[in-house]
Ligand binder design. Sequence first.
Ligand code: DCT
Ligand code: MG
Length: 386
Amino acid sequence: MSAGRPLPVEDTHCIQNPAVDQRSCVHLSATPESAVSPYACQRRTTLENHNKIFTEALEVLALNSEFSGNQGSCLGFRRAASVLKSLPAALRSPEEALRLPCLGDNSRAVLEEICECGSSSRVEEIQNDQRYRTMKLFCSVFGVGPKTAESWFCRGLKTFEQVLTEPSIRLNRMQTAGFLFYEDISVPVSRAEAAALKMMMEEALLFINPSATVTITGGFRRGKEFGHDVDFIIKAPEGQEDRILPAVIKRFKSQNVLLYSDFQKSTFDLRQLPNHRFEAMDRFSKCFLLVKLQMQESRTGRNWRAVRVDLVAPPLERFPYALLGWTGSTLFERDLRRFARLERGKLLDNHTLYDKTTVTLYHTLHYHSILFYAILLYIVQYNIVL
Ligand code: DCT
Ligand code: MG
């Protein structure tokens, strides 16, 4: 999947599932609403969104639910938006939505109102809500999550200035960097900038260990033109994965291009089964960085801008699983695991694949898992999910 570009509409590839999948693969263009799979990993989704008016509204509702700590409702709205993004044409009427999967009553009501009035009163109400607006503003800072944002809001704070001048607030290192480089980080990273960062990474690896390689993952690997960060996975020679990220950090420091780093040591355990909880991060060695990217000219008058970079370095034998997991999107990965569990009786995560019926852990990719894994890679390659 090196190119990772959006594919033409006719290139439809899905996992074949007798229960639900046959329709989803074959009839998409003929009757869009009847042919959609409930699994994101089976819905071929290009970068062209024909239902933006609906998906943007649903994403506001999802974010609002997330801010209220209602994860179930948040996931429901995100799933509904994901289904609509996969459609090859715009919805023409609310009735069409009746046959689509993953659309609950709340999502349907919003679609109905937008179809009738052109907008949703609930969404407008949320967008004008002081709490929502403040939470969104605070959560846009690197290092600030909904809990911190809420605690600041509950103390009556509404602007960055108020937060930064409030004596009782102690920002952690990440938040300090987040405020310091807020303007830079708020500007989306382009594909060209991601390519320039990859060259920086390659240069660092050449210096540290020429046998190590780096691959772009995340949104750019899925063909997106812009992202909020650049994600990389490093393939280190066997047994060297734990040393490589500290060495990259050291190299960037010596080049004076590192603005912030948070290195998380591996807690990876060879014997552990795949995690049931999707929210749990993988246990590989990883780091979250803020890096100076050299530029010809910058709005700030400097010759560089700050860019967020995430790096992960799994053990060599787990590289394929980690690459699959870090390619995203988050919902695609969530549904891929759900599909593996419910339709194939297997547990999948960023570390491994586990067969529940034969009680087999596919650490290294042997014959049986190669087949399953090949199917997974195949759909990841041909289903671009935003
Ligand atoms: N990921 C993961 N485990 C998590 C969260 C995320 O394996 N608990 C994966 C899925 C996507 C990938 O990491 C990169 O994450 P983001 O950078 O947040 O997503 P993105 O799709 O690259 O979005 P953007 O283009 O905005 O950076
Ligand atoms: Mg990313």
